[in-house]
Design a protein around this ligand. Structure first.
Ligand code: GLC
Length: 781
């Protein structure tokens, strides 16, 4: 308690901060090459270097002997045999691939990586790879004066993390999420450096508690972990987008989510009864406010026992789910890992009998307190247990449920440390080890169990998973929401860099609780937040027990109308958003991006926190403060058009933009295009009229993009049932040409053509589509 007062800085408490001594890896003694892996024996340990591609290099250091090239929980790629050239002199060794050059100096062992133009990517100097007697491992890298750092998964604070120290330890933080709250629910020990317009990435694949120190020195930064090996990958870039492609090549892509999961989600801790849920659904239908999903929080269960429904509150879940489905709404229930200790509860009985729960090394079950009271925790690190858990989801799928919300999977436990005892053992697919080592992957592996179980139970339909905790690679299984934020303007502001950095960390499908979870929201905050939510990849309004209800109609008609307009806009933008989700599933690029991803040479974008891009040609500049209707907007190179006013703005300038409460400034780059559908009704969300809005310019521009569509809910696209159009817009003083470069796939949508609308056409410009003077693109059958 006293630590929360000024006592925390009592003069008597000052500790002498003795310098920490690390043992350096030392001089290189000898090296050998086996199967394209280089092994370097040094005075104080051994280093292995592997090539995953020409531009993805893995470095592993073990102070005790030959590093183990253990399979990681995050990495899905395997090393490749690639051509390397090696040159050796007395002092150093040079290894060159088709993309990079590694130089290794021998005394002491120091590794640097250069691009083929001779620019340094990462370099070691006075400090290199090292360790401490207590098992901690650390890597130091030189920091340049113009280095900017992004990614690090789910972090509070600003976009650029230079000057920050970032801790990775999955933590349930109800409060506070503020700049000094560092470890949150997701640990993604990965970052991207941007230096003079060029980017590279480092993924530190170590699941122990780890720390990235971009703060202590201006000359170097470090990443360290409490135990394990120093095991990291350098991705050579050179553009931010290339880095993401490389990182998601390594850790996997997001599977294409079902289209309905990109719609609007309404949640509350909790809608407590079937009656309440039905009334909620009816309200959305009557008010014509779009909705795809209602979440059921913990009250739906019988005493918070997972895989049950409370018979009094929800007497007929199957009927409820069928009826809602007819209204165009799906139900996503929460599933936490804690299984109530109850000798009469079948899941608990089975878990105990089949030895599926986490235990201490002596064999006793680990129990911790969560919502259901004393609970046991499935050991998701074991394939057999993941299969058991996954199969159990038949309980939900048999009722017509297609999506699951995983919460408390850090795992959160109501105790001092907020989690499981560190000495609890995990089976770990045959390599048993402690929770201290696997804590950060517990949520990831629960996600894997859930996603895979749902997928097999749904027999051809795409499952949706929402998860709170995760590790690198979490994008393979689910979307992420940023946990228990609050109804503060500051949290709306912070959610932008947070979701952008999640995107830079491979998590394309993410978003905060719109309106704020805890605290009472208010009309203006909820309205502004809903405008932003309409463009964040995951769009869910969620609020906590004991606080004000925050459905779009809770603050009167004036606000309801505005929120409805923006939720409907989400659906009008669905063809564009879905195409971006397709792109993310193919090349790992996030849907919501920081501007620096598209404009890495423009220093004004490097720490731009209050604007974001959707794809490569749309900039959103929402109002993020109360009572204000004007804001500065920075537009990068190019010419821009504001979406609703049609006004033109020059790039490389700051503009003062006016936006009343019902306005959200959206800028589209001239020379590019966006795809738009329409809002019909909750029962009929299918796009029937598809339009392409082309923003004309008289400059010589050419823009390529991909439009993608499919049935939105099955895996038939894997067998060619999709529609993909590769499109091109070419503009100049006298023309706007729209060309379909390629149409692939066998999916036949309800629309037969795309209406092309050219905005801002000059009288001297001629519009052609595939060389003809028409205004529609016909879709080939
Ligand atoms: C946690 C979740 C929150 C949920 C609540 C009750 O706080 O983060 O979203 O509503 O638990 O399940």
């Amino acid at each position: 308690m006293l630590e929360d007062t000024s006592f925390a800085i009592h003069p008597g408490k000052e500790k002498q901060s003795g310098a920490v001594n690390y043992q350096d890896i030392g001089k290189l003694l000898d090296y050998r090459v086996e199967d394209n892996t280089f092994w370097f024996r040094c005075e104080n340990g051994e280093v292995g270097i592997q090539f995953y591609t020409d531009s993805i290099i893995r470095i592993v250091m073990n102070q005790e002997g030959q590093p183990e090239l253990v399979s990681s929980k995050a990495v899905v790629a395997s090393p490749k045999i690639i051509n390397v050239e090696v040159e050796e002199s007395k002092e150093m060794l040079v290894i060159q691939t088709a993309s990079v050059q590694l130089t290794i100096t021998k005394g002491p062992f120091r590794l640097s990586i250069f691009d083929l133009q001779g620019s340094v990517i990462v370099a070691e100097g006075e400090h290199g790879m090292a360790y401490r007697e207590n098992g901690e491992v650390i890597a130091f890298k030189q920091m340049h004066s113009n280095d900017h750092f992004y990614g690090f998964g789910e972090k509070s604070g600003h976009l650029d993390k230079r000057g920050e120290k970032l801790e990775m330890w999955n933590t349930d933080v109800y409060a506070p999420h503020n700049p000094e709250t560092n470890a949150l629910y997701e640990s993604i020990p990965y970052f991207m450096t941007l230096r003079d317009g060029k980017a590279h990435g480092i993924f530190f694949d170590n699941t122990f508690r780890s720390c990235f120190d971009m703060k202590t020195s201006e000359e170097y930064y470090s990443f360290s972990a409490e135990g394990g090996q120093l095991d990291y990958y350098v991705m050579a870039g050179p553009s931010p987008k290339k880095v993401l492609e490389q990182y998601t090549y390594l850790t996997g892509k997001m599977p294409l989510p079902p289209k309905w999961s990109l719609g609007y989600h309404q949640s509350r801790y909790s809608y407590e009864t079937e009656g309440e849920v039905r009334e909620l659904a009816r309200n959305f239908i009557e008010k014509d406010i779009p909705i795809d999903v209602i979440h059921l929080d913990i009250h739906y269960m019988n005493g918070y026992r997972v895989f049950t429904f409370d018979k009094e509150r929800f007497p007929n879940p199957e009927k409820l789910i069928t009826d809602l489905r007819e209204m165009g709404i799906r139900v996503v229930p929460i599933v936490d890992p804690g299984v109530k200790k109850d000798a009469e509860y079948p899941i608990y009985q089975e878990g105990v009998r089949e030895d599926n729960f986490c235990t201490y090394i002596e064999g006793d079950l680990y129990f911790g307190e969560v919502w259901p009271g004393i609970s046991a925790f499935p050991d998701f690190t074991e394939e057999r247990v993941r299969k058991w858990w996954g199969d159990k989801h038949e309980f939900y799928t048999s009722l017509g449920i297609e999506g699951i919300w995983n919460d408390m999977n850090e795992p959160a436990v109501f105790n001092e440390t907020k989690t499981m005892d560190l000495e609890v053992m995990h089976r770990n697919d045959g390599k048993p080890t402690t929770h201290r080592e696997l804590h950060n992957v517990y949520g990831l592996l629960m996600g894997k169990a859930t996603y895979e179980g749902m997928k097999s139970n749904l027999q051809g339909k795409r499952p949706f998973l929402l998860t709170r905790a995760g590790y690198a690679g979490v994008q393979r299984y689910g979307s992420v929401w940023t946990g228990d934020n609050r109804s503060f303007w500051e949290h709306l502001q912070m959610s932008l860099p947070m979701v952008m950095n999640l995107g830079v960390s491979g998590v394309a499908f993410a978003g905060p609780d719109v309106g704020g979870f805890a605290h009472d929201t208010n009309a203006e905050l909820l309205t502004r937040w809903t405008q932003v939510g309409a463009f964040t990849p995951f769009f869910r309004n969620h609020s906590a027990i004991g606080f004000r209800y925050q459905e779009p109609w809770q603050f009167g008609e004036k606000y309801e109308e505005i929120m409805k307009k923006y939720i409907q806009m989400r659906y009008q933008w669905m063809p564009q958003l879905y195409s971006l989700f397709y792109q993310a599933s193919r090349n790992g690029l996030p849907v919501m991006r920081p501007l620096l991803m598209e404009y890495p040479d423009d220093a004004k974008t490097y720490n731009l926190n209050d604007q974001f891009m959707v794809g490569d040609n749309v900039i959103l500049a929402p109002i993020l403060v109360p009572s204000i209707t004007d804001r500065a907007v920075y537009l990068p190179m190019g010419e821009w058009v504001e979406y609703s006013t049609g006004e033109s703005y020059d790039g490389e300038k700051v503009h003062l933009i006016h936006a009343e409460l019902d306005e959200l400034p959206i800028f589209i780059r001239k020379g590019s295009a966006i795809m738009q559908g329409e809002w019909n009704s909750n029962q009929d969300k299918m796009t029937k009229t598809l339009s392409m809005k082309v923003y004309a310019t008289t400059s010589d521009e050419s823009y390529r993009f991909t439009f993608y569509d499919d049935d939105g809910e099955t895996f038939a696209y894997e067998h060619g049932e999709f529609l993909r159009l590769d499109l091109e817009i070419i503009t100049s003083a006298d023309k706007v040409n729209v060309n379909v470069l390629n149409q692939t796939g066998s999916y036949l949508p309800t629309y037969n053509e795309i209406n092309v609308e050219v905005i801002g056409l000059n009288e001297h410009q001629q519009v052609t589509i595939n060389g003809e003077s028409v205004n529609v693109i016909r879709i080939r059958k």
